[in-house]
Design a protein around this ligand. Structure first.
Ligand SMILES: [Fe+2]
Length: 164
């Protein structure tokens, strides 16, 4: 297996793990009562729905590339699990003992920022992939992740303005 394919497996696994972690994070923040405001909650639930769709799209891409480029889906899945667990630990560390809504929203900014940069990297790697649908799909997810980051940033700004 080429170094390029190994890197691609790693980066796809990380993106997949981040999407899984993003959905778990939203569930966790809501169940801990950190996102109480109705409009905030709707927007964040909506973002979670899109993360689920990204996860499905990535699974499809993994399937395609395992056939066309010889990627190993098992390696990708284990990287995804590892990344999801890491992301969950990062969230616990970030929130600490007594988190509030502002910290929860700022954690979501951090998570979405991580997603944006991972899809930027995957998009750069897509140039070396023969299957051009890969690049197209990665770019469409990237655009949506940029909107997620923007939305989370807006919510963080709105929340602090309310508190101030
Ligand atoms: Fe996202």
């Amino acid at each position: 297996m080429s170094i390029n394919n190994e890197k691609l497996q790693e980066k796809l696994g990380e993106a997949l793990g981040l999407e899984m972690a993003a959905q778990k994070a939203v569930n966790e923040l809501i169940s801990r009562g950190l996102i109480e405001e109705k409009t905030f909650r709707q927007k964040i639930e909506n973002m979670k729905g899109q993360a689920g769709k990204h996860e499905d799209k990535l699974e499809e891409l993994v399937d395609r590339l395992s056939k066309s480029e010889g990627l190993d889906p098992t390696e990708i899945q284990s990287k995804a699990q590892e990344t999801e667990q890491k992301a969950s630990r990062i969230m616990e560390t970030y929130l600490g003992q007594d988190p509030d809504t502002q910290e929860a929203l700022e954690f979501l900014c951090l998570a979405e920022g991580g997603e944006v940069s991972h899809y930027e990297v995957l998009s750069a790697m897509a140039r070396g992939v023969k299957d051009k649908q890969f690049g197209t799909k990665v770019k469409s997810i990237l655009e949506e992740e940029k909107r997620h980051l923007k939305m989370c940033t807006t919510l963080a700004r709105q929340n602090i303005a309310k508190e101030a």
